[in-house]
Design a protein around this ligand. Sequence first.
Ligand SMILES: [Zn+2]
Length: 77
Amino acid sequence: MVGNIDYVEGIINVEKHSNKGMLLTLLHEAVHAILFSAGLNNVDDDEHDEQLVQALAHGIFTLIKDNPKLIELIKQG
Ligand SMILES: [Zn+2]
């Protein structure tokens, strides 16, 4: 899975591959963006813990896929 995020332009780029792979890559980069906007970069290297980012991306994917009603309720606010 290959993707990147342009924090200046606010754009996530995802390399074309399988649909699930692209969605997981998009979520992975979105988690990076969320952590970045929250100021949660590592003190040592200004990066994010890739295992944490990957776990959250997969967790969010599964949460959304397994709970369509939850997503509808969230959309309704
Ligand atoms: Zn990453």
